[in-house]
Design a protein around this ligand. Structure first.
Ligand code: ADP
Length: 297
Protein backbone atom coordinates (compact mmCIF):
# COMPACT_ATOMS: atom_id res chain seq x y z
CA UNK A 1 0.00 0.00 0.00
CA UNK A 2 1.40 3.41 -0.96
CA UNK A 3 1.57 6.01 1.80
CA UNK A 4 0.69 9.69 1.92
CA UNK A 5 3.59 11.57 3.53
CA UNK A 6 2.73 15.11 4.62
CA UNK A 7 5.63 17.49 5.19
CA UNK A 8 4.24 20.64 6.73
CA UNK A 9 2.69 22.79 9.41
CA UNK A 10 0.82 21.97 12.59
CA UNK A 11 -1.05 24.77 14.39
CA UNK A 12 -3.26 25.18 17.41
CA UNK A 13 -6.19 27.36 16.31
CA UNK A 14 -8.16 29.64 18.64
CA UNK A 15 -11.38 31.03 17.17
CA UNK A 16 -12.93 34.05 18.87
CA UNK A 17 -16.45 35.17 17.96
CA UNK A 18 -16.98 38.87 18.72
CA UNK A 19 -19.54 41.59 17.86
CA UNK A 20 -16.77 43.67 16.26
CA UNK A 21 -13.02 44.02 16.36
CA UNK A 22 -11.72 45.98 19.41
CA UNK A 23 -10.17 49.42 18.93
CA UNK A 24 -6.58 49.93 20.09
CA UNK A 25 -6.57 49.96 23.91
CA UNK A 26 -10.22 48.83 24.18
CA UNK A 27 -11.53 45.84 26.16
CA UNK A 28 -14.52 44.22 24.49
CA UNK A 29 -16.90 41.43 25.58
CA UNK A 30 -16.89 38.66 22.97
CA UNK A 31 -19.48 35.94 22.25
CA UNK A 32 -17.43 32.73 22.49
CA UNK A 33 -14.03 31.09 22.11
CA UNK A 34 -13.14 27.63 20.81
CA UNK A 35 -9.85 25.89 20.12
CA UNK A 36 -9.20 23.26 17.47
CA UNK A 37 -6.33 21.52 15.70
CA UNK A 38 -5.19 23.18 12.47
CA UNK A 39 -2.29 24.10 10.22
CA UNK A 40 -2.39 23.25 6.53
CA UNK A 41 -0.09 20.24 6.88
CA UNK A 42 -2.05 18.68 9.75
CA UNK A 43 -5.37 19.44 8.02
CA UNK A 44 -4.24 17.70 4.83
CA UNK A 45 -2.90 14.71 6.80
CA UNK A 46 -6.25 14.33 8.59
CA UNK A 47 -8.21 14.69 5.32
CA UNK A 48 -6.19 11.85 3.76
CA UNK A 49 -6.40 9.64 6.88
CA UNK A 50 -10.21 10.04 7.13
CA UNK A 51 -10.39 8.66 3.59
CA UNK A 52 -8.51 5.53 4.59
CA UNK A 53 -4.99 6.42 3.42
CA UNK A 54 -1.91 5.35 5.37
CA UNK A 55 -0.53 8.74 6.43
CA UNK A 56 2.68 9.88 8.10
CA UNK A 57 3.25 13.49 9.20
CA UNK A 58 6.62 15.27 9.22
CA UNK A 59 6.56 18.49 11.21
CA UNK A 60 7.23 20.18 14.51
CA UNK A 61 5.21 21.20 17.58
CA UNK A 62 6.35 22.80 20.83
CA UNK A 63 7.17 20.99 24.07
CA UNK A 64 4.01 22.52 25.57
CA UNK A 65 0.44 21.44 26.32
CA UNK A 66 -0.81 22.61 22.91
CA UNK A 67 1.89 20.48 21.24
CA UNK A 68 0.76 17.38 23.13
CA UNK A 69 -2.85 18.07 22.14
CA UNK A 70 -1.95 18.46 18.47
CA UNK A 71 0.12 15.26 18.39
CA UNK A 72 -2.63 13.33 20.21
CA UNK A 73 -5.31 14.58 17.85
CA UNK A 74 -3.27 13.53 14.78
CA UNK A 75 -2.60 10.11 16.34
CA UNK A 76 -6.32 9.72 17.13
CA UNK A 77 -7.02 10.20 13.41
CA UNK A 78 -4.63 7.32 12.67
CA UNK A 79 -1.78 9.56 11.43
CA UNK A 80 1.74 8.26 12.19
CA UNK A 81 3.40 11.01 14.26
CA UNK A 82 6.90 9.54 14.59
CA UNK A 83 8.11 12.29 12.21
CA UNK A 84 6.77 15.09 14.43
CA UNK A 85 9.53 16.68 16.53
CA UNK A 86 8.92 18.45 19.87
CA UNK A 87 10.90 21.73 19.70
CA UNK A 88 11.77 23.83 22.80
CA UNK A 89 9.54 26.70 21.62
CA UNK A 90 5.80 27.35 21.55
CA UNK A 91 3.51 25.32 19.28
CA UNK A 92 2.45 27.20 16.13
CA UNK A 93 -0.81 29.05 16.65
CA UNK A 94 -3.47 30.86 14.67
CA UNK A 95 -5.80 33.32 16.40
CA UNK A 96 -8.91 33.89 14.28
CA UNK A 97 -11.36 36.66 15.16
CA UNK A 98 -14.76 36.43 13.48
CA UNK A 99 -16.95 39.53 13.92
CA UNK A 100 -20.74 39.77 13.45
CA UNK A 101 -20.27 41.30 9.99
CA UNK A 102 -18.67 37.99 8.95
CA UNK A 103 -15.19 39.46 8.53
CA UNK A 104 -12.16 37.41 9.67
CA UNK A 105 -8.93 38.73 11.16
CA UNK A 106 -6.16 36.19 11.61
CA UNK A 107 -2.84 36.29 13.43
CA UNK A 108 -0.50 33.37 12.77
CA UNK A 109 2.43 32.65 15.08
CA UNK A 110 4.63 30.07 13.28
CA UNK A 111 6.37 28.96 16.54
CA UNK A 112 7.64 25.39 16.21
CA UNK A 113 6.80 25.30 12.48
CA UNK A 114 9.90 27.45 11.96
CA UNK A 115 11.94 24.55 13.36
CA UNK A 116 11.01 22.05 10.67
CA UNK A 117 14.47 21.26 9.31
CA UNK A 118 17.12 18.66 8.56
CA UNK A 119 15.76 16.16 11.12
CA UNK A 120 12.41 15.89 9.31
CA UNK A 121 14.16 15.68 5.91
CA UNK A 122 16.18 12.71 7.20
CA UNK A 123 13.04 11.07 8.59
CA UNK A 124 11.41 11.53 5.18
CA UNK A 125 14.42 9.97 3.49
CA UNK A 126 14.23 6.83 5.64
CA UNK A 127 10.46 6.52 5.09
CA UNK A 128 9.75 7.36 1.45
CA UNK A 129 9.12 4.52 -1.01
CA UNK A 130 8.45 4.50 -4.77
CA UNK A 131 4.76 5.20 -5.40
CA UNK A 132 4.23 7.19 -2.19
CA UNK A 133 2.65 10.64 -2.49
CA UNK A 134 4.51 13.40 -0.64
CA UNK A 135 2.55 16.59 0.07
CA UNK A 136 4.00 20.05 0.80
CA UNK A 137 2.52 23.48 1.60
CA UNK A 138 4.23 26.79 2.44
CA UNK A 139 3.72 27.28 6.20
CA UNK A 140 7.21 25.97 7.06
CA UNK A 141 10.57 27.50 6.02
CA UNK A 142 10.88 27.54 2.22
CA UNK A 143 14.59 26.75 2.59
CA UNK A 144 13.79 23.26 3.93
CA UNK A 145 11.11 22.46 1.32
CA UNK A 146 13.69 22.32 -1.49
CA UNK A 147 15.83 19.52 0.05
CA UNK A 148 12.72 17.65 1.18
CA UNK A 149 11.32 17.78 -2.37
CA UNK A 150 14.62 16.40 -3.65
CA UNK A 151 14.50 13.50 -1.16
CA UNK A 152 10.93 12.72 -2.29
CA UNK A 153 11.89 12.87 -5.96
CA UNK A 154 15.04 10.75 -5.46
CA UNK A 155 12.85 8.19 -3.68
CA UNK A 156 10.61 7.97 -6.79
CA UNK A 157 7.60 9.27 -4.93
CA UNK A 158 5.05 11.65 -6.45
CA UNK A 159 5.23 15.22 -5.14
CA UNK A 160 2.30 17.58 -4.62
CA UNK A 161 3.00 21.23 -3.81
CA UNK A 162 0.01 23.17 -2.52
CA UNK A 163 1.57 26.64 -2.90
CA UNK A 164 -0.38 28.15 0.00
CA UNK A 165 -0.24 30.72 1.51
CA UNK A 166 0.65 32.62 -1.68
CA UNK A 167 4.41 32.90 -2.14
CA UNK A 168 6.98 33.11 -4.92
CA UNK A 169 7.95 29.45 -5.49
CA UNK A 170 9.10 29.06 -9.09
CA UNK A 171 12.51 27.76 -7.96
CA UNK A 172 10.80 24.77 -6.28
CA UNK A 173 8.75 23.72 -9.31
CA UNK A 174 11.35 21.56 -11.13
CA UNK A 175 10.90 18.99 -8.33
CA UNK A 176 7.10 19.17 -8.26
CA UNK A 177 4.82 16.72 -10.09
CA UNK A 178 1.45 18.25 -9.17
CA UNK A 179 0.93 21.92 -8.32
CA UNK A 180 -2.30 22.91 -6.55
CA UNK A 181 -3.19 26.61 -6.15
CA UNK A 182 -6.35 28.62 -5.52
CA UNK A 183 -7.25 31.82 -7.41
CA UNK A 184 -5.07 34.11 -5.25
CA UNK A 185 -2.04 31.85 -5.43
CA UNK A 186 -2.52 31.38 -9.20
CA UNK A 187 -2.61 35.17 -9.65
CA UNK A 188 0.67 35.58 -7.79
CA UNK A 189 2.35 32.83 -9.79
CA UNK A 190 0.96 33.89 -13.17
CA UNK A 191 0.99 37.66 -12.70
CA UNK A 192 -2.51 38.07 -14.14
CA UNK A 193 -6.06 37.90 -12.67
CA UNK A 194 -7.61 34.45 -12.12
CA UNK A 195 -11.28 34.77 -11.19
CA UNK A 196 -13.24 32.85 -13.84
CA UNK A 197 -13.10 29.26 -15.09
CA UNK A 198 -11.68 30.48 -18.43
CA UNK A 199 -8.93 32.46 -16.69
CA UNK A 200 -8.12 29.49 -14.44
CA UNK A 201 -7.91 27.21 -17.48
CA UNK A 202 -5.51 29.58 -19.16
CA UNK A 203 -3.40 29.84 -15.99
CA UNK A 204 -3.36 26.06 -15.41
CA UNK A 205 -2.37 25.40 -19.05
CA UNK A 206 0.41 28.00 -18.78
CA UNK A 207 1.75 26.52 -15.52
CA UNK A 208 1.61 22.96 -16.88
CA UNK A 209 3.50 24.03 -19.97
CA UNK A 210 6.05 26.36 -18.35
CA UNK A 211 6.93 24.18 -15.35
CA UNK A 212 6.22 20.65 -16.66
CA UNK A 213 3.77 19.91 -13.86
CA UNK A 214 0.19 18.80 -13.61
CA UNK A 215 -1.44 22.11 -12.62
CA UNK A 216 -4.68 22.27 -10.63
CA UNK A 217 -6.39 25.60 -9.91
CA UNK A 218 -9.23 25.48 -7.37
CA UNK A 219 -12.01 28.06 -7.62
CA UNK A 220 -14.25 27.50 -4.58
CA UNK A 221 -17.89 27.15 -5.70
CA UNK A 222 -16.77 27.30 -9.36
CA UNK A 223 -14.95 23.99 -8.91
CA UNK A 224 -11.45 23.35 -10.20
CA UNK A 225 -9.49 23.00 -13.42
CA UNK A 226 -6.80 20.42 -14.15
CA UNK A 227 -4.12 20.81 -16.83
CA UNK A 228 -2.23 17.61 -17.59
CA UNK A 229 -0.08 17.75 -20.69
CA UNK A 230 -2.37 18.98 -23.47
CA UNK A 231 -5.51 17.91 -21.59
CA UNK A 232 -7.58 20.56 -19.86
CA UNK A 233 -10.44 19.56 -17.59
CA UNK A 234 -13.01 21.64 -15.68
CA UNK A 235 -14.53 19.86 -12.69
CA UNK A 236 -17.64 21.78 -11.61
CA UNK A 237 -18.18 22.01 -7.84
CA UNK A 238 -20.70 19.65 -6.26
CA UNK A 239 -23.68 21.79 -5.29
CA UNK A 240 -24.03 22.05 -1.50
CA UNK A 241 -25.44 24.50 1.05
CA UNK A 242 -22.06 25.86 2.15
CA UNK A 243 -21.94 26.83 5.85
CA UNK A 244 -18.18 27.24 6.35
CA UNK A 245 -15.62 26.87 3.56
CA UNK A 246 -12.65 26.81 6.00
CA UNK A 247 -10.52 23.80 5.16
CA UNK A 248 -12.11 23.09 1.74
CA UNK A 249 -8.76 23.60 0.02
CA UNK A 250 -6.91 21.41 2.56
CA UNK A 251 -9.55 18.70 2.23
CA UNK A 252 -9.20 18.84 -1.57
CA UNK A 253 -5.40 18.40 -1.37
CA UNK A 254 -5.54 15.63 1.28
CA UNK A 255 -8.17 13.73 -0.70
CA UNK A 256 -6.23 14.15 -3.96
CA UNK A 257 -3.16 12.63 -2.28
CA UNK A 258 -5.17 9.77 -0.73
CA UNK A 259 -6.77 8.72 -4.02
CA UNK A 260 -3.52 9.07 -6.01
CA UNK A 261 -1.81 6.81 -3.44
CA UNK A 262 -4.70 4.41 -4.04
CA UNK A 263 -3.78 4.23 -7.73
CA UNK A 264 -6.43 6.47 -9.29
CA UNK A 265 -5.60 8.69 -12.28
CA UNK A 266 -5.22 12.44 -11.72
CA UNK A 267 -8.65 13.11 -13.23
CA UNK A 268 -10.35 10.45 -11.09
CA UNK A 269 -8.59 11.62 -7.92
CA UNK A 270 -9.46 15.27 -8.66
CA UNK A 271 -13.15 14.35 -9.04
CA UNK A 272 -13.08 12.63 -5.63
CA UNK A 273 -11.17 15.57 -4.13
CA UNK A 274 -13.84 17.92 -5.44
CA UNK A 275 -16.56 15.87 -3.70
CA UNK A 276 -14.55 15.83 -0.48
CA UNK A 277 -14.00 19.62 -0.67
CA UNK A 278 -17.75 20.20 -1.06
CA UNK A 279 -18.60 18.00 1.95
CA UNK A 280 -16.05 19.94 4.02
CA UNK A 281 -18.16 23.07 3.42
CA UNK A 282 -21.43 21.81 4.92
CA UNK A 283 -20.35 21.90 8.58
CA UNK A 284 -18.33 24.27 10.77
CA UNK A 285 -14.58 23.87 11.31
CA UNK A 286 -11.66 22.68 9.19
CA UNK A 287 -10.92 19.13 10.35
CA UNK A 288 -14.32 18.51 11.97
CA UNK A 289 -16.15 18.63 8.62
CA UNK A 290 -13.77 16.41 6.62
CA UNK A 291 -15.53 13.36 5.15
CA UNK A 292 -14.79 9.69 5.78
CA UNK A 293 -14.52 7.31 2.84
CA UNK A 294 -18.03 6.04 3.57
CA UNK A 295 -19.43 9.59 3.39
CA UNK A 296 -17.81 10.14 0.01
CA UNK A 297 -18.64 6.97 -1.90
P1 ADP B 1 -9.07 27.30 -0.80
O1 ADP B 1 -9.73 27.03 0.53
O2 ADP B 1 -7.65 26.82 -0.85
O3 ADP B 1 -9.27 28.68 -1.34
P2 ADP B 1 -11.19 26.45 -2.58
O4 ADP B 1 -12.10 27.40 -1.87
O5 ADP B 1 -10.91 26.72 -4.01
O6 ADP B 1 -9.80 26.28 -1.82
O7 ADP B 1 -11.84 24.98 -2.41
C1 ADP B 1 -11.23 23.79 -2.86
C2 ADP B 1 -12.25 22.91 -3.52
O8 ADP B 1 -13.32 22.60 -2.60
C3 ADP B 1 -12.94 23.54 -4.74
O9 ADP B 1 -12.21 23.32 -5.93
C4 ADP B 1 -14.28 22.79 -4.75
O10 ADP B 1 -14.13 21.52 -5.36
C5 ADP B 1 -14.56 22.60 -3.26
N1 ADP B 1 -15.39 23.73 -2.76
C6 ADP B 1 -14.97 24.87 -2.17
N2 ADP B 1 -16.00 25.71 -1.88
C7 ADP B 1 -17.12 25.06 -2.31
C8 ADP B 1 -18.51 25.37 -2.29
N3 ADP B 1 -18.99 26.53 -1.80
N4 ADP B 1 -19.38 24.45 -2.83
C9 ADP B 1 -18.93 23.27 -3.33
N5 ADP B 1 -17.63 22.92 -3.36
C10 ADP B 1 -16.73 23.79 -2.87
Amino acid sequence: MNSVLVFGSINHDTIVSTPRRPQAGETLLGHSVTTQPGGKGANQAVAAARLGARVKMFGSVGADAAGSMMVDSLANEGVDVVGVLRAQVETGAAILTVSDDGENSIIVIPGANKHVGEWQVQELETTVKPGDVVVFQLEIPLAIIAPALKVAQDGNARTILNAAPAHEITSLLPQVDILVVNETEAELLGGYPVASVAEAQRAAANFANAYEVVAIVTLGSLGSVVAEGENLLHIPAVSVDAVDTTGAGDTFVGALAAFLADGMSIAEAAHMASRAGAIACVALGAQASMPTRAALL
